[in-house]
Write a protein that binds this ligand. Structure first.
Ligand SMILES: [Zn+2]
Length: 166
């Protein structure tokens, strides 16, 4: 009987980082002030070996995609476009942000990343980047992968991991 083999490749490099500002809301009326993190990314891909090159997926290509995804949100204020409590409104060259109906920030539009998440927690960032990686892999026609795992660390020893079965 043929064996079903799974392999796993994992990348975490010094350049898979993004330094961004954010604030999150908590249940009740708690809301953080604006602050920043040097986020680090680790990505893991599960899949079958490609019989031709004996790879799950090319590390170089994976790093290239992940560097691009990090660059998209690096040095920006991460704002949740899907929050029930944080209203994010684009107004010409500026972005107005209100929390629970009270105006709080005005940012230059170019300094913001409006993300389709309900809260910019590290969990939501991990899910978002996993989805964006999946889209990039599909665009490349990559097959044979069974799972993507995205770990985002916002502080040393403090991270969240999102696993997406494919
Ligand atoms: Zn934070």
């Amino acid at each position: 009987m043929p064996q079903r083999c799974q392999f796993r490749v994992s990348v975490t490099k010094d350049d898979l980082v993004f330094s961004s500002a954010h604030f999150i809301t908590y249940a009740g009326h708690r809301c953080e002030g604006l602050h920043g993190h040097n986020y680090r990314v680790r990505v893991t891909i599960d899949g079958a070996l490609d019989p031709a090159d004996r790879l799950v997926f090319d590390f170089l290509e994976l790093k290239r995609i992940m560097r691009g995804l990090c660059r998209e949100i690096d040095h920006l204020v991460l704002l949740p476009a899907g929050s029930a409590r944080i209203a994010v409104v684009e107004d010409g060259d500026t972005v107005r942000v209100a929390v629970d109906g009270t105006p709080r920030y005005l940012f230059p539009r170019r300094d913001c990343a409006l993300l389709p998440v309900p809260n910019t927690t590290v969990e939501m960032l991990a899910e978002l980047l996993a989805g964006r990686l999946r889209t990039a892999l599909e665009a490349l026609g990559v097959g044979g992968l069974t799972a993507i795992e995205m770990e985002i660390e916002e502080n040393f020893g403090q991270s969240a991991t999102y696993r997406m079965e494919l």
